[in-house]
Design a protein. Structure first.
Length: 383
């Protein structure tokens, strides 16, 4: 087994710790946010992976972060890009204790709540912002999203119609006040669902023009590239042009570098619209390439005093080869496992070897886990 204790050191942040193939001690820089500028730099450098962002968050200097609201905004945004709504909420909550009325943090917290299913709490924040006169695209857009969520779970037809109309109204207000493609395409989508086909296609055509103009200005490395292409695809879909939608969805996922959370949300919206159009809601699934996930549980290596052989150490490399072959065949790039000495560790090492990401779950505290499930020969020097 390759350096058991070194791998367990990756768990130092708790019983659930995501680690990526490149996120070992030689690539994850220690947090050193002695100034606000340092903190922002840490988020930019490490916030692209969950392991990196968690390290920055857990090692933060609160007094430094309290100097600049943008530190919290950037950290919340990084968590949301990674699809970590709960972490996003935790960061925004601390930020709002310091910067109590910051509109952007309130908007981001509302979005985090909406993504965790706490729709009413999200709506309360946004309604509060509206009462204070906040009338920007983000406030209208996220508020509209909460009504869309409520529409989807409403128990009665009356409630469904109520929330559908409020969702459409708020998306339209956001589009009217900003002319932005974000609320524009959502207004078109909800108009389509509401049976207002003419309005839906008119707005979709306007959004298509906005996307074409944006694409002509943005370079290949622009953070806007994915959303411009995905929105152009959605506009085509609203207009009933599935082939154009297919082309742009494929371009969005292959010509830019979106995260899995963003691709997943885009695919969900495509399925939603296809169903609204009466089409097969999986018709465009092959446009969206998402990482495959593997869940592993297996035997520990036999202890020296075990009488009936189950997983003898002599089979370790044979089992490793089988696991690596399976991972390669199934194209698994995200693994969930414990980290006992044996199959668990072989699985984790195999995922990391191909540059993947692992999420470790331990049944109890690390020290006890090492003693019971990792250190096959008892030692007294564990710290």
């Amino acid at each position: 087994m390759e350096n058991d204790l070194l791998h367990l050191d990756d768990l130092r942040h708790g019983p659930r710790h995501p680690v990526k193939g490149s996120d070992d001690s030689s690539t994850l820089k220690p947090s050193a946010d002695t100034t606000a500028a340092d903190a922002l730099a840490q988020i930019r450098e490490q916030g692209g992976t969950l392991a990196g962002l968690r390290m920055v968050w857990e090692k933060r200097c609160r007094s430094v972060w309290a100097e600049d609201v943008d530190i919290y905004r950037q950290a919340v945004g990084a968590a949301q890009k990674l699809g970590e709504a709960f972490l996003s909420y935790d960061i925004s909550r601390e930020g709002l204790r310091v910067f109590q009325d910051d509109v952007r943090l309130l908007q981001l917290q509302a979005l985090a709540l909406a993504r965790t299913g706490a729709t009413q709490r999200a709506s309360t924040i946004l309604v509060g912002l509206r009462k204070k006169g906040q009338d920007d695209e983000e406030t209208f857009g996220i508020l509209a999203r909460t009504h869309k969520d409520l529409w989807m779970i409403a128990a009665t037809e009356k409630d469904r119609e109520h929330h559908l109309q409020l969702s459409l109204d708020n998306y339209l207000k956001g589009y009217e006040c900003s002319g932005g493609y974000y609320t524009g395409i959502n207004a078109a989508s909800m108009a389509l669902v509401a049976g207002q086909t003419e309005t839906a296609r008119r707005i979709a055509n306007e959004v298509s023009v906005l996307c074409e103009e944006g694409l002509s200005k943005e370079g290949p490395n622009s953070p806007e590239l994915y959303w411009l292409l995905a929105t152009a695809a959605e506009a085509s879909l609203v207009s009933g042009d599935l082939e154009s939608a297919r082309v742009n969805y494929t371009r969005a996922t292959t010509e830019s570098n979106p995260g899995a959370a963003e691709i997943s949300r885009t695919r969900s919206q495509a399925r939603f619209l296809l169903k609204s159009l009466g089409e097969d809601d999986h018709a465009l699934d092959n446009c969206f390439i998402l990482p495959r996930i593997g869940l592993f549980t297996g035997h520990m290596l036999d202890r020296p005093d075990r009488t009936n052989a189950r997983f003898p150490a002599a089979l370790e490399e044979t089992v490793r080869a089988e696991i690596e072959t399976l991972i390669e065949r199934q194209d698994i790039s995200i693994g969930f496992s414990s980290l006992a000495c044996g199959g668990d560790m072989l699985f984790v090492e195999s995922i990391l070897k191909r540059g993947g990401e692992v999420h470790i779950f331990l049944p109890y505290d690390i020290k006890t886990f090492i003693e019971s499930s990792v250190q096959l020969i008892p030692r007294n020097d564990l710290t």
